[in-house]
Design a protein around this ligand. Structure first.
Ligand SMILES: NC(=O)c1ccc[n+]([C@@H]2O[C@H](COP(=O)([O-])OP(=O)(O)OC[C@H]3O[C@@H](n4cnc5c(N)ncnc54)[C@H](OP(=O)(O)O)[C@@H]3O)[C@@H](O)[C@H]2O)c1
Length: 240
C-alpha cells in the first residue's frame, strides 16, 4: 500500500527512532503528526523535517492530554507508539519495586491508553506499531524490568491483532540504538557500552535510528503484516 497522503501520528516523534520514522514517512508522502512533551524539542524536530510534519504537545501518560490530541487530529490512518519512559534497569534482587511500577505505568499503560484514545479516530483497517525492545526477546542480566514492560506490550499486541482486526497491530523490537535517550550518560561510559555491544553482535555494530525507521515504514505500509514482532537488533538473539 502506498503511504502517500496517509495520516500518521507518531507518539514520541520528536527524537530518536520516532523522529527517524517521521522522516521516512514524510519522505514517502505521508501526512505526519509528531508528539512529545517538550515544545522546543518538537520545534527542532519539525525543522529537521523541513517543516513537513505537524507537531502537537501531548503527554501519553495523561488521558486528558491524549483526548485533546485526538480531538485536534480528528482522523488517523496509522498510529506509531515510539515514546520512551523511565527504564527499570538493574539486577532483579536490588531493583526497587517502585522503579518497576513507574516503568510499567509509564510505557505499558501509556501505550495502552494512547491506543484506546486513538481508536475512535483510527481507520478500522489502518495500523498500529508498538516499539518495544530486545530486552524482552533475549535474556540479559539486569534487564528483567525492561523485559516485563516490553514483554507485556508485545503480548498485548498479539491479542489486539486478533481482537481489533481488521486493524493491523505490529511490534518493532529494537536492539541497542544510538539515540538521544543516552545523552545523560557520561561519554566514556556510553562509548564503552556501545563498543561492548557492537563486539557481541553478529553485524559488528550497534543500531542507528534509521535502521528501525525502515521497519516502521514497512509495517505501516504492508497490508499483509499483522501480529508481527519484527526484531531489528543486529543479531542480539544470536550473540557471538
Ligand atoms: N535507544 C535504544 O537503544 C532502545 C532500545 C530498545 C528499545 N528502545 C525503546 O524505543 C523507544 C524509543 O526510544 P528512543 O531511544 O528513540 O528514545 P528518545 O530518543 O529518548 O525519544 C523518546 C521520545 O518519547 C517522547 N516522550 C517521552 N516521554 C513522553 C511522554 N510522557 N509523553 C509523550 N512523549 C514522551 C520524547 O519526547 P519528550 O521528552 O519531549 O516528551 C521523545 O520524543 C522507547 O520506547 C525505548 O524504550 C530504545
Amino acid at each position: 500500500m502506498s503511504i502517500a497522503n496517509q495520516r500518521i501520528l507518531i507518539i514520541g516523534g520528536s527524537s530518536g527512532m520516532g523522529l527517524a520514522s517521521a522522516s521516512r514517512l514524510v519522505q514517502a508522502g505521508a501526512e505526519v503528526f509528531i508528539t512529545g512533551r517538550d515544545a522546543a524539542k518538537l520545534d527542532a524536530a519539525v525543522s529537521s523535517l523541513d517543516g513537513k510534519a505537524m507537531s502537537i504537545e501531548a503527554d501519553f501518560t495523561d488521558p486528558a492530554s491524549l483526548k485533546a490530541l485526538m480531538r485536534r487530529i480528528g482522523r488517523l490512518d496509522h498510529l506509531v507508539l515510539a515514546a520512551a519512559g523511565p527504564a527499570a534497569w538493574g539486577p532483579f534482587a536490588q531493583l526497587p519495586v517502585e522503579a518497576v511500577r513507574i516503568a510499567l505505568h509509564t510505557k505499558l499503560v501509556g501505550y495502552w491508553q494512547s491506543l484506546q484514545a486513538a481508536l475512535p479516530i483510527l481507520r478500522r483497517d489502518g495500523s498500529v506499531v508498538f516499539m518495544t525492545g530486545a530486552a524482552s526477546r533475549v535474556a540479559m542480566n539486569g534487564t528483567a524490568g525492561l523485559a516485563a514492560v516490553n514483554g507485556g506490550i508485545t503480548q498485548m499486541a498479539q491479542t489486539l491483532a486478533k481482537e481489533l482486526a481488521p486493524l493491523r497491530v505490529n511490534v518493532v523490537s529494537p536492539g541497542l540504538v544510538d539515540t538521544p535517550a543516552y545523552d545523560g550518560m557520561p561519554a566514556e561510559a556510553k562509548a564503552g557500552m556501545f563498543a561492548g555491544a557492537a563486539r557481541s553482535l553478529p553485524v559488528g555494530r550497534t543500531g542507528v535510528p534509521d535502521d528501525i525507521a525502515q521497519c516502521v515504514e514497512m509495517l505501516v505500509g504492508n497490508t499483509f503484516a499483522t501480529g508481527m514482532v519484527l526484531d531489528i537488533d543486529g543479531g542480539a538473539r544470536t550473540p557471538l
